[in-house]
Design a protein around this ligand. Sequence first.
Ligand code: SDX
Length: 431
Amino acid sequence: MADAQKTATLTIDGQDYELPIYSPTAGPDVIDIRKLYGQAGVFTYDPGFTSTASTDSTITFIDGGKGELLHRGYPIDQLAGKSHYLEVCYLLLNGELPTSEQLEDFESRVTNHTMLHEQMMNFFRGFRRDAHPMAIMVGVVGAMSAFYHDSTDISDPWQREVASIRLIAKMPTIAAMAYKYHIGQPFVYPRNDLDYASNFLRMCFSVPAEEYQVNPILARAMDRIFTLHADHEQNASTSTVRLASSSGANPFACIAAGIACLWGPAHGGANQACLEMLREIGTVDRIPEFIARAKDKEDPFRLMGFGHRVYKNFDPRATVMKESADEVLELLGVDNNPVLQVAKELEKAALADPYFAEKKLFPNVDFYSGIILEAMGFPTSMFTPIFAMSRTVGWISQWKEQLSDPQLKIGRPRQLYQGETAREYVDIENR
Ligand code: SDX
């Protein structure tokens, strides 16, 4: 933590309280209120944490006004263009880009941990076939703590490292198995001679009846989707992982909690909701109707894939994702995809509308990802599991950072209580 260079003075009932202000390497200054309740007997109030820093961190930085996203200082467009997902995983976990030897060792450790304990397959068979794959992922990842006891002791740095590798390595296998179970096809084992993205595509789309050839352009687009979703500061699911970890929960339980939070349509579930919305709109001529609904205060409808708590400019990930969408759809010969046409016209219409301009509602990462995933052959129910796979390294990096923080204590927010004050119990005959 940086030393306080200046202070803020808070005056309550004529009493002044000096609060330290810390300046970050980038972003807004923060006011340290940790001693406020002890000194002034008051809480701060910030539902949704719109103005609250929950931690200090060195992993990811977002400048919402500029539409900038940095991972350990490297801009996301450079990483998406020049790096690949496992190298970005190494960067997020370790703070620096790897040497070729470090990268080779890291990729080898991940590749050699992609198989699941064979008995875990029974968990999948306990679900209905029409279970949402996210329900399966929450269950199976949580169950990993019952199979990998030798990497649940968070006080042991080696066990933390093993759990990290196991989670990054096995999430694609779990997601692919959830998909195969959902469609009634046999599970496909991972292969050690394939890269991370190719392995995932093969586990999802190959069948025993014939050889499966991974299309390198689709593998590259898949890898880019993983990279674009890897980490994103203290978003809702990352904050969930940190809060779960603050109680000392094991890594598999913490990541299962993150998966559960990501599932919501306001967060990681938005890519599925966005594609369903584009399909509901159906044709370009119906766009004005939906834009009017999104602007109507009486209508709870929102344009899925638009808006962001932090970005008040274009989400830089959406810009890269849009390029990938054009490449993939052209490759697959579906660049006249009606959903893509609606998406492009909707984006134009929304960005030209004063409501969205005034509220700074721009397309976010989820606006185009669903279009690419659908073109690749994934059902909408697999969009959020793919987001969860990608974000696992971000959750783990933030989890490791929190565990190495000497200030770590259990997260326990307070409240503004508006309920009844103390009153006597009334027997039922007197009510
Ligand atoms: C992700 O946090 C992260 O970093 C998340 C994420 C990550 O990588 O982890 O980036 C991934 O979750 C991306 C966001 C995906 N969600 C969606 O696309 C769902 C649609 N978007 C909205 O639900 C909303 O924009 C949020 C939840 C993303 C952000 O909501 P905020 O910051 O709490 O803003 P708000 O709800 O207070 O809205 C501010 C105003 C409101 O109008 P007023 O009450 O001020 O009049 O903007 C309006 C809202 O009604 N608004 C929208 C809108 N989003 C906000 N109006 C229409 N359509 C929308 N999509």
